[in-house]
Design a protein around this ligand. Structure first.
Ligand SMILES: Cc1cc2nc3c(=O)[nH]c(=O)nc-3n(C[C@H](O)[C@H](O)[C@H](O)COP(=O)(O)O)c2cc1C
Length: 338
């Protein structure tokens, strides 16, 4: 692999932090699908790191690099301590969540509501930046509630930029706080890419990554004409093979694995995790979409979801799921079994 090329690529394409979705098993799977994209963890709160089982919260597989830990919080001392732990664990980037609109997060006064108080975020940012060498970045919305203007976004970004932040991942829609679910907050407020483009145009010195609604490679190519990077969430989760196509697009020399090969490559990892006491469904739930759009996708999904949670379920469930699929999958089954 051309290392310089891969470095550039992973800065351009990243997989969004998604609570309950981008856990370590999901990220291991995604790394097989795309060796060079940047992976983000689910949000972990600084408070959880302060009082929880850090080894469990921050655990990841070495293959997941480059990997960013996303932190939630608003207390400079606690955020700094969490950043230090993240650095000790070897994370490549620490990202601050300024986009989550959930009630739990609002009541904790962090996430998206912090867009209203950029000085608090800047205080956290400065303290974290002074304490660690890894890059600290921000993921924010373009606005919140009735603060829906370019000036509001720019004021937030300029305050953080003055505190030393040079990379912003911008989810290109506002968040509505209170009364709208996180799910609706990812689709109801309209996307406004133009506001993100303008931010990049007027602040070319900043690294601006656009997030929200990215669906296909043509769109990625178009977006990259105007901004520095693209972060993909739901499309990558529901159609994981999209990541293989993206990797291939940026690195045509990369030998593109087919879907069955990806399954085979997951098996040793799954065996290892099961031996540690993990349940099969904790891992396979992330693989349900692997065959999306292909013949047999329904059979694959159904067999896994009906069987992966049963007591003692092992990799046999996955091999059987492949067997329920049409002929195209049979060769792979033979290879796996042999
Ligand atoms: C299930 C789920 C959980 C999410 N959890 C987080 C999170 O922990 N932190 C965060 O910054 N954004 C979170 N998001 C938002 C995504 O990172 C992303 O901003 C959003 O889905 C828009 O991108 P997309 O249209 O490519 O999915 C979550 C999204 C989903 C679907």
């Amino acid at each position: 692999m051309n290392l310089k090329q891969a470095t550039t690529d992973h800065r351009k394409i990243s997989i969004a932090p998604m609570m309950d979705w981008t856990d370590r098993h999901c990220r291991y799977f995604m790394r097989l699908l795309s060796p060079s994209c940047m992976l983000y963890t689910e949000m972990v709160t600084a408070a959880a790191i302060d009082r929880g089982d850090v080894a469990k919260l921050l655990r990841y597989d070495e293959s997941e690099h480059p990997i960013a830990l996303q932190l939630g919080g608003n207390d400079p001392a606690m955020m700094t301590q969490a950043a230090q732990r993240a650095e000790e664990f070897g994370y490549d980037e620490i990202n601050i969540n300024i986009g989550c609109p959930s009630d739990r997060v609002i009541s904790g006064q962090f996430g998206a509501c912090l867009m209203r108080t950029p000085d608090i975020v800047a205080a956290c940012y400065r303290s974290m930046r002074d304490a660690v060498d890894v890059p600290v970045t921000i993921k924010n919305r373009i606005g919140i509630d009735d603060h829906d203007s370019y000036e509001f976004l720019e004021n937030f970004v300029e305050t953080l930029s003055a505190a030393g932040c040079s990379k912003f991942v911008v989810h290109a829609r506002i968040a509505i706080l209170g009364g709208m679910s996180p799910k609706d907050n990812r689709s109801v407020p309209p996307l406004n890419y133009e506001r993100v483009f303008r931010l990049k145009r007027e602040h070319p010195e900043l690294e601006i990554v656009l997030n929200g609604g990215v669906q296909d490679i043509e769109q990625i190519d178009e977006l990259l004409q105007q901004i520095d990077g693209v972060m993909i969430g739901r499309q990558a989760y529901h159609h994981p093979y999209f990541l293989v196509e993206i990797e291939h697009h940026f690195r045509p020399e990369w030998p593109m694995p087919d879907r069955q090969t990806i399954v085979e490559r997951m098996l040793p990892y799954i065996e290892e995790q099961l031996a540690e006491g993990e349940r099969l469904s904790r891992i396979t739930r992330h693989m349900l979409g692997l065959f999306a759009g292909q013949p047999g996708a329904r059979a694959w999904r159904r067999h896994l979801s009906e069987n992966d949670h049963k007591d003692g379920a092992g990799v046999g469930v996955i091999l059987d799921a492949l067997k329920t699929m049409p002929v195209a999958a049979q060769a792979a089954i033979a290879r796996t079994a042999g």
